[in-house]
Design a protein around this ligand. Sequence first.
Ligand SMILES: [Zn+2]
Length: 346
Amino acid sequence: MRWMELPRKVAVGSGVVLELPEICADLKLAPRVLIVTGPNTQDVVGKAIFDLLMDGGFQPETLVCSASQIEEVARAERLAREIKADFLIGAGGGRSIDIAKLASLTLDVPFLSVPTAASHDGIASAQASLTINGETSSVPAHAPLAIVADTRIISQAPTRLLAAGCGDIISNFTAILDWQLAHRLRNEEYSEYASALSSMTARMIVELAPDIRPGLDDSVKIVVKALISSGVAMSIAGSSRPASGSEHKFAHAVNSISPGRALHGELCGLGTIMMMYLHGQDWKMIKRALGQVGAPVAAIELGLDAEIVVEALIHAHKIRPERYTILDAGLNRNAAARAAEATGVI
Ligand SMILES: [Zn+2]
């Protein structure tokens, strides 16, 4: 028997961070809390949350983490044990949230997600990305008990991050096509509900793409809600299947060949263009939408050589081999180069 794990409270809007103590009290959370934040996000939101919780009768402690590495997760676990934390808060971009998510899983206490950027769906999902010995992988964790996404804070984040978030949502198009393929060819378990929610979310972003502008509260709201919907789709499915397919494998492959060049969502966006082509679907629609939100649509925009793109396409199927996608059909070098060239990615 599999349980669906969903967030209990979701607050999205301008200034909602001020409601954090009330949300924690309403969730009947005990007073000791460890806030995991980053060196920059500490000033953006970490200190503010600390004061808010203190005034609200909680006993907060802060840990500033720099990278989403296993050592940092261990550090968070140690401090949380030391202060006997009743719950954790991940306040920042992806890293702080991932560290809080993973540490809280080991400690068996709840965690809350307070994102400062809308750059990927990890802000709402039960998956975390973790670096072990230099290799980054996606690991199953648990969903946040609550998500408090203050759009006033998120709209201050660099432009590039919101565009990357759109790329991570648009990925759902090919993630669903891959999932359907795996269902047909491998009899893999498939959820109509998770699939419908995930597809609808991606379609909404494509339809609204012309109106999505960085720095605008309404645009941020659209993207944050879509990232949360993607997270919920994954919770319903009990895996990242509805939001991660061949395009994510491509993104991970690029990162392992040439680490740190681009943001996760940017690479997923590029991957989605090419995987739509391989699926024989409307890749031009994807490319147009990504262009409209200001996300990269060609490798050169990220400083990636054509050879890296082709190599990543050829080797991507080796990443998470148990997850069947269009790439497992046996893409050869010539076909890989053609997919990248025909779509203008290289
Ligand atoms: Zn992703």
